[in-house]
Structures are given as structure tokens and as C-alpha cells.
Design a protein around this ligand. Structure first.
Ligand code: SF4
Length: 335
């Protein structure tokens, strides 16, 4: 099986005249300097050396700010550096993230020329009131228009969403997920909203105008969304913020459902529900549960929580792998 690698090039907020209430781009990516072309080239070269040449699919990804908000010539210079690697065959394609209101025909034409395959839009929500309260500076109609243009231009569409923005509810978050599927996205990222120091959201939080999600709440919302995307075959590239040193420090994160293993917590919850819905409890018996190899950690649960919960219903609980099992199939032996 081919392994996917993305060489991440972070271009901070330089291009962005907006100030979404939740964003301090420099703190989130732990970097505030815009890389020059030589640095980008060196980073790609160094990264490629760490990737096994066989059985690998490599993309270069421009993340961090709103790439297509950069001046056209600047976009072209960055893309030219990356496209040279696509031509040399070490890299399969280029991806980038941007805002829905920074897409037009001229931009798409240039991206096509430099072999960009995937365009990820920070949609964040498909509810106009949430977008307005988060001061995103664009509307749902703009997300829809940009998505349609990206699709008809022959690109892969990614739509990123956030949960827990001001005004968000579990129903609205699920609705956003549903619209992401309907708009034809092939991939997504799900980010729980965090209160970062120095942002407007911090002020809203301190003034009592915004209540961050509790960890458990965020896990349950994302669990529903994850299962929905899985069912509709949307690739979930990331759940939760990539841990960065700066965000881990007390100085950046003020409040909110941040956990370095957030995805594991969501998968643990999915397995907990799955096991508890399908297992017959027999307190006088012991149970052996067989699960797919790659699901073992999630079935056992973060810090073995699922085992400990099941132990309330059996005299002994063990979980083993069976390589013949796939997805989330499992079977049990009582003894
Ligand atoms: S558009 Fe993106 S980079 Fe700009 S403020 Fe909003 S989240 Fe930050």
C-alpha cells in the first residue's frame, strides 16, 4: 500500500487582511516569518530525503495563511519552486489552503499551470450567522460559489470545518458536514475552536460572551461528524489542531478542548459506543474481544478507558487482534 506524505510549507498571515475572532495565525503554527524561496526549496529538499522513494505518494502543501490572497507574482514564485519537484517526479502534486473569497478564474488558471491538484477552503461553517459572529468576512454563498468553481476547474476540493464557533450547535455542525459532502469535497479537516491568547475570542471569553466547548462535548460532536464523513467516503485528513510547541505552552492556549491526542479520544468514543451497543453483558463471565489490528489502540481506548468501563460488566476483559478482521468488525468469546 502507498503511504501518503505531505511536505508542509507554512506561509503565515501575510496575505490576510481579516482577523477572524479565533485566529492568531502566527501562534497556531508556531512561526511568524514568511519563508523566502530559498528556504522553501531547502525545506522540500530536506524533507524529500526523509521519505522512502518507493511506495510513497508525496505532495507539497502550502498551508498557514490564505495562499491565493498573496499577490499573483508571489504565488507564482512559490508555486514555481514546488512545481519543479513535480516535474522531477519526486513529488506527485501540490495542495494549498485558502479562503473561499480568494478564488477566481484568474487564480485558478495560474494554480492549474503550476500543477496544483488540491485546493482546501477554510469553510469553517455553513451557517451565515456563525460566519458573521466569527468575523470570517465571507458568506455561505461564497463558499458554495468557490467550491463549484474549484470542482469545475478539475481540482480536488477540500473543505475544512470548525466546531464550537460562536453560535454553533451540534445540529448546525452536522449540517455543515452535510453541506461539505453535497458540495463535492473529497477531503476535510475538523478543528474544535480553541481560545488562543491575543485573539478577539479571548476577549469574548473573558467578557462572558463566549463559552468554549468542554472536551467531552467536542469529542461527541466530532464523533457524529466523523461517522458521517466515513459513511459518505470523505477523507478526514486531520482532527484537532496539530500540536505545536507554542500552543502547548500556557502562554498561547487560554481555554478550549485541546488535547494532543484528540483524534484518539474521538476514536476511543466511537469504539466505546460500538462495544457497548453490541456486547451482551455477563457479569459472572470473562470476555475476550477480537478486533482488527489497526483498531486495537482505539478499542482498548485512550489510557485503557474502554477496558476499564467494560470491567464493570465482566469478571475479566481482554482485547486481542485478529488480522482477518477489517474496519470496525469484532467478535467475542465468553469464558
Ligand atoms: S482568514 Fe485565515 S489567516 Fe485570516 S484571520 Fe481568518 S483564520 Fe486567520
Amino acid at each position: 500500500m502507498l503511504k501518503h506524505y505531505t511536505i508542509p510549507i507554512f506561509i503565515p498571515e501575510l496575505a490576510c487582511p481579516h482577523q477572524c475572532v479565533f485566529c492568531d495565525q502566527r501562534k497556531i503554527i508556531g512561526q511568524d516569518k514568511v519563508p523566502d524561496l530559498k528556504e522553501v526549496d531547502e525545506k522540500i529538499r530536506a524533507y524529500l530525503k526523509t521519505i522512502p522513494p518507493k511506495r510513497s505518494r508525496v505532495q507539497i502543501g502550502f498551508f498557514g495563511g490564505s495562499f491565493t490572497g498573496l499577490p499573483m507574482e508571489m504565488q507564482a514564485s512559490y508555486l514555481k519552486v514546488a512545481a519543479a519537484y513535480v516535474k522531477e517526479k519526486g513529488v506527485e502534486s501540490i495542495r494549498l489552503s485558502t479562503r473561499p473569497d480568494y478564488i477566481d478564474e484568474e487564480i485558478l488558471k495560474q494554480l492549474k499551470k503550476y500543477k496544483v491538484r488540491t485546493i482546501e477552503l477554510g469553510a469553517q461553517s455553513m451557517d451565515d450567522e456563525i460566519l458573521a459572529r466569527s468575523e470570517r468576512g465571507h458568506t455561505v454563498a461564497q463558499i458554495e460559489k468557490a467550491s463549484a468553481m474549484i470542482k469545475s476547474g478539475g481540482f480536488d476540493l477540500g473543505l475544512q470545518m470548525m466546531i464550537g464557533l460562536p453560535g454553533d450547535t451540534r445540529e448546525k455542525a452536522l449540517y455543515t458536514a452535510k453541506r461539505i459532502v453535497e458540495l463535492g469535497a473529497s477531503n476535510t479537516r475538523i478543528y474544535p475552536t480553541l481560545v488562543i491568547k491575543g485573539t478577539q475570542l479571548e476577549q469574548m471569553y473573558l467578557n462572558g460572551q463566549y463559552a468554549p466547548m468542554l472536551m467531552n462535548e467536542a469529542i461527541l460532536w466530532v464523533k457524529d461528524i466523523y461517522l458521517y464523513f466515513e459513511e459518505t467516503n470523505i477523507q478526514i485528513i486531520r482532527i484537532g489542531l496539530h500540536p505545536s510547541e507554542e500552543l502547548d505552552s500556557e502562554h498561547s492556549l487560554v481555554e478550549g478542548p485541546y488535547h494532543p491526542a484528540f483524534r484518539d479520544l474521538v476514536m476511543t468514543e466511537i469504539w466505546k459506543e460500538h462495544l457497548f451497543e453490541n456486547i451482551e453483558f455477563k457479569p459472572e463471565k470473562s470476555i475476550m474481544i477480537y478486533v482488527p489490528l489497526e483498531q486495537l489502540n482505539f478499542a482498548v481506548g485512550h489510557q485503557s478507558i474502554n477496558i476499564r468501563l467494560l470491567e464493570n460488566h465482566f469478571s475479566c476483559v481482554k482485547i486481542k487482534t485478529d488480522v482477518k478482521l477489517i474496519k470496525r468488525a469484532f467478535y467475542v468469546d465468553y469464558y
